[in-house]
Design a binder for this molecule. Structure first.
Ligand SMILES: [Fe+2]
Length: 241
């Protein structure tokens, strides 16, 4: 099975289209999204329609939860909050119900999908270091867990009692180890690389690879400005931060 996994679309339609196209080229069998479908960007309804059309299996991110009232807006900084309030007015009742129905965790025998990590997933803790990763590994039951939330890709590896972090783009899965893979962000990368991120997981070849794909950033920025959203949300897309 070839899984295509991405996260943090954040209503960026141009980046989502570029990633879906790249997945098609790679012959992906199943598409998964680790949450934050909306928020920040100018195309929430179009992104939700496209995700639905492609039968993408998603889980709930903190921004998704905020749009449906499942998470308090006080959780967010002022720019994120402004975009969330705007987003709530853009989505239909069907979109809102779909967002509200997202589960926090989705799992099959191959993998687990969760937005922030497996430790208190409803709290949306950020996994920024080995100690944060250890908290999530304690609840990990599948060989690989895919997350997003920080918008910065990288792979945490548990080998017995040893934990390590790899910023590498590609690795072969060792069945004796466990992996916590942050797939980065489609719509708002924050690792200094402006290109959209996604991850290919080939269970047959036991291969995990983070991929990057360019998209027309200026188009996305123009839409954000036209919608009257905070200018910083457009600006940051050029530099991937
Ligand atoms: Fe996010």
């Amino acid at each position: 099975m070839r899984y295509g996994i991405f996260s943090d679309v954040h209503s960026n339609l141009e980046a989502l289209e570029a990633v879906l196209q790249a997945m098609e080229k790679e012959g992906v069998d199943r598409i998964l999204c680790a949450g934050d479908l909306v928020g920040y960007g100018a195309d929430p309804a179009a992104c939700l329609a496209l995700l639905r059309q492609r039968a993408v299996q998603a889980v709930r991110g903190n921004h998704d939860a905020a749009v449906t009232g499942q998470l308090d807006l006080d959780w967010f900084n002022s720019r994120a909050r402004a975009a969330l309030e705007w987003t709530a007015k853009q989505v239909s009742e069907t979109d809102r119900n779909d967002l509200a129905d997202l589960e926090l965790i989705w799992q099959n025998p191959d993998l687990t999908l969760v937005h922030s990590g497996l430790h208190e997933p409803e709290q949306f803790h950020y996994i920024l270091n080995l100690s944060d990763a250890a908290d999530s590994f304690r609840s990990q039951r599948t060989p690989v867990v895919f997350i997003g939330h920080t918008h910065s890709p990288g792979i945490f590896i548990q080998d017995g009692t040893d934990l390590s972090f790899l910023r590498a783009a590609e690795l072969r899965v060792d069945p004796r180890k466990k992996y916590l893979v942050n797939v980065g962000s489609v719509g708002q990368p924050r690792d200094g690389d402006a290109r959209a991120a996604w991850c290919l997981y080939d269970t047959g070849e036991r291969r995990i690879g983070i991929q990057r794909v360019p998209y027309p950033v200026e188009e996305t920025q123009a839409k954000i400005r036209k919608a009257g959203l905070p200018d910083f949300l457009a600006e940051r897309l050029s530099v991937g931060y």
